[in-house]
Structures are given as C-alpha cells and as structure tokens.
Design a protein around this ligand. Structure first.
Ligand SMILES: [Zn+2]
Length: 135
C-alpha cells in the first residue's frame, strides 16, 4: 500500500515545514506516471494528520504531466507529443513507468534513450502557513 507511505511522508514534510504554525493549504502534485488511488491517499492523509494539528481538508491535489528528455537530441517532450500511442500502450506506461522505454520513443529522432524528468512520484509544491500574529 504505497499510498500510506506517501501520505505519511507528505504529512511529515508538512509538519516539519509548519513547525507549529497553522497550515492553511497544501498543494500536492501527483505525477501522471504515478499510480495513486486518491481515495486511499486521502484516507491515509486524514489518519496520518490526526493528532498533528493539521486539518486533512487543506490538502489539494493536482496532476503533474509526465515529461521526458531525449539523451540523443536533447529534445524535451511529453506523452501528448507521441503520435499513434494506443490506449493500451498509454495505459501500460501509466501502470508501469519502467515500460515507457518499450512503448515510447523520442518524437524528434526516434531514439528510445531518454530520461523521465517529470511525472513520477508525489511532490509537495506549496505550503501556505498562517502568518504569525504581530507581537
Ligand atoms: Zn531525440
């Protein structure tokens, strides 16, 4: 259940960052290639946040599109740039990012030698904290 590990790490990151201040909102980016069950994740966050003083409803999730970079011609590209990708292939890439190299090639030069530069993992992109009251 990697949703739980992700939720735990997320809440811990926010708790450390907040250092006792009230958390107003947290923006999370879920990579397009990262299979995360959002319902399970939300439940896990609620559980992990319990007792930390962080309200589970402050967490907002958005999807980060996958991006690739060709090692041969340096061209940056995304799934939308790949022509003729079937629904099944797209699905396979989403379920198993490691399969990307079997199904995808650089739309510029056709090379299968590329890096996945974005779209994996879960990132905390912004944390809004209550500003301290003036003394
Ligand atoms: Zn290329």
């Amino acid at each position: 259940m990697h949703e739980w590990a992700l939720a735990e790490a997320t809440v811990e990151t926010v708790r450390r960052e907040a250092a006792g201040r009230r958390v107003v909102s947290v923006q999370l980016a879920f990579g397009e290639l990262q299979q995360v069950d959002r319902d399970i994740f939300a439940a896990a966050v609620a559980e992990c946040a319990a007792g930390t003083g962080i309200d589970a409803s402050v967490f907002r999730v958005e999807e980060e599109p996958a991006r690739f970079a060709c090692r041969v011609c340096d061209r940056p590209w995304s799934l939308a740039d790949v022509p003729g990708l079937t629904e099944d292939e797209r699905e396979a890439v989403h379920l198993l990012p490691e399969a990307a190299h079997a199904y995808l090639r650089c739309p510029g030069c056709g090379s299968t030698d590329f890096d996945v530069v974005a779209g994996r993992g879960v990132t905390v992109t912004a944390i809004e904290l209550e500003t301290e009251a003036p003394r």
